[in-house]
Design a binder for this molecule. Structure first.
Ligand SMILES: [Zn+2]
Length: 218
């Protein structure tokens, strides 16, 4: 292992620990990957709690899912789908953010997290779609996210978790944190009384600002 691969393994572990501390992973849940080069993906292993990960545990697969080293996560198909469809994706995170998942359980027909109540959700990500439920780790899970990947870097996986990707691990992490934080705000608003909405003109202005920011998760 050369020095740059070692640094990426360290970054993956650091990201895993942050997600664990933020309560977005329980026990062995979730997986984090990084596109090291065109054909090489580093990914967290299956069956080990994220806060116990060591550099040697990180698995290596190729872009077609062939295992080169270690025991990759069973949910690697979703990660590969993102890397195949988005040339700009360098890092992918799958986690189980509890408030976001709870929203999908409470609203089985919702197609996205409500995005009209506060500015940051629109400015930071635009929209947060909800992908219909599929069995975790299945081929269908990989294909289910297919139609969302082109336009969204962050999405909820109904009754399961969420996926977020970016040009580096920080952008992917920001997306996951933004999703859960947004859902926490909506939950608290509901507890305080109601999830009210901004007026249409303000929402249009916010989307214009988002357009200028471009396809970047803040
Ligand atoms: Zn999962």
């Amino acid at each position: 292992m050369n020095n740059s691969e070692r640094l990426i393994r360290e970054e993956i572990i650091k990201t895993a620990i942050m997600l664990h501390h933020k309560n977005m992973l329980a026990a062995c849940d979730g997986n984090i990957s990084y596109r090291y080069d065109d054909n090489t993906i580093l990914i967290t292993p299956s069956g080990k709690p994220k806060f116990l990960l060591e550099e040697k545990d990180i698995a290596v697969i190729d872009i077609n899912g062939k295992v080169i080293e270690g025991k990759p996560s069973s949910e690697m198909l979703m990660h590969l789908e993102v890397y195949k469809m988005r040339a700009d994706a360098k890092a992918v995170i799958h986690a189980h953010p509890p408030t976001a998942v709870a929203y999908s359980i409470a609203h089985p027909d919702a197609e996205e997290i409500p995005g009209k109540s506060f500015s940051e959700l629109i400015l930071a990500v635009g929209k947060l779609p909800i992908v219909p439920f599929q069995m975790p780790g299945s081929l269908e899970m990989g294909t289910a996210i297919h139609r969302y990947i082109k336009n969204s870097k962050v999405m909820v996986l109904a009754r399961h978790g969420a996926i977020s990707f970016g040009e580096d691990l920080v952008e992917a992490y920001n997306g996951m944190e933004r999703l859960e934080h947004s859902c926490e705000i909506l939950l608290k608003a509901k507890c305080f009384g109601a999830v009210t909405e901004l007026d249409d003109q303000t929402i249009d202005q916010l989307y214009s600002m988002r357009k200028k920011i471009g396809d970047k998760t803040l």
